[in-house]
Write a protein that binds this ligand. Structure first.
Ligand code: HEC
Length: 215
């Protein structure tokens, strides 16, 4: 049995994939602390998202864009760039692709770079590429995760950090309600294929019997 020999390889690769995917290998100091998990469960996602939206727009948007949510740094409202910003937003239905955004506001972004050592990155996908735990800790205490960074400690409490993080999540991932809706659709599609397969098998049998074909 040739295929039996490949089972250990499949198990090892599968295990590795699971370890990476599930975050088991993530350093524990980058996890969301237990105390914050309790707040999260208590307050609820919808409320956190609402508060996070406000915090992001008033605090983080001083430096960061969140283009997937049509949020741009404060500098786009400066008198010298506001007209250009308005035209671009209208032309592109509110979503400026990275190249359009970065070339239109290169001067302003260079200014931020001069002040902070690096351009504060767009945070549209940060929730996914950093992961919830690392994102939480960067917002809570940037120096701990990115030693020497110019990203300021915004002095947010755990609930506020959770709120910003929950809001940033909505830029890149569907809400919990939408996720369960998609899972349900997935299950329905699989059931549909199983029923289809059974019907086809029955149909095949009937056709073969009618034509007296030996299987
Ligand atoms: C005064 C400007 C400023 C403000 C305000 C600010 N940041 Fe930052 N942030 C930065 C800079 C600069 C960096 C890049 C740091 C580096 O590369 O070391 C950064 C980096 C980050 C990163 C890491 C991104 C990455 O890809 O590594 C996250 C996440 C982040 N900021 C979130 C936030 C959030 C959330 C807020 C609001 C609560 C906020 N920042 C407010 C300047 C700022």
């Amino acid at each position: 049995m040739k295929f039996l020999r490949s089972i250990p390889i499949v198990i090892i690769l599968g295990g590795l994939f699971y370890a990476l995917w599930s975050g088991i290998l993530e350093p524990s100091e980058w996890k969301v602390p237990q105390s914050a998990e309790i707040i999260k469960a208590k307050v609820g996602e919808a409320q956190l998202i609402k508060e996070g939206s406000k915090i992001f727009k008033t605090s983080c948007a001083a430096c960061h864009s969140l283009r997937y949510k049509k949020i741009y740094p404060f500098f786009v409202n400066a008198p010298n760039v506001k007209p250009l910003f308005k035209i671009l937003m209208k032309e592109h239905n509110g979503f400026l692709t990275r190249d359009v955004y970065e070339s239109a506001f290169a001067l302003q972004l260079e200014g931020l770079k001069a002040a902070f050592g690096s351009v504060p990155p767009d945070l549209s996908t940060a929730y996914v590429y950093l992961g919830e735990g690392k994102l939480f800790n960067i917002i809570k205490n940037p120096q701990k995760v990115l030693p020497g960074t110019k990203m300021p400690n915004m002095q947010l409490n755990d609930k506020q950090v959770l709120a910003v993080s929950a809001f940033m999540k909505t830029a890149i991932l569907p809400t919990a309600k939408e996720t369960s809706r998609r899972h349900l659709i997935g299950i329905i599609v699989i059931i549909f294929f199983i029923i289809l397969a059974i019907l086809l098998a029955l149909y095949r049998k009937v056709v073969f019997e009618e034509d007296n074909i030996e299987e």
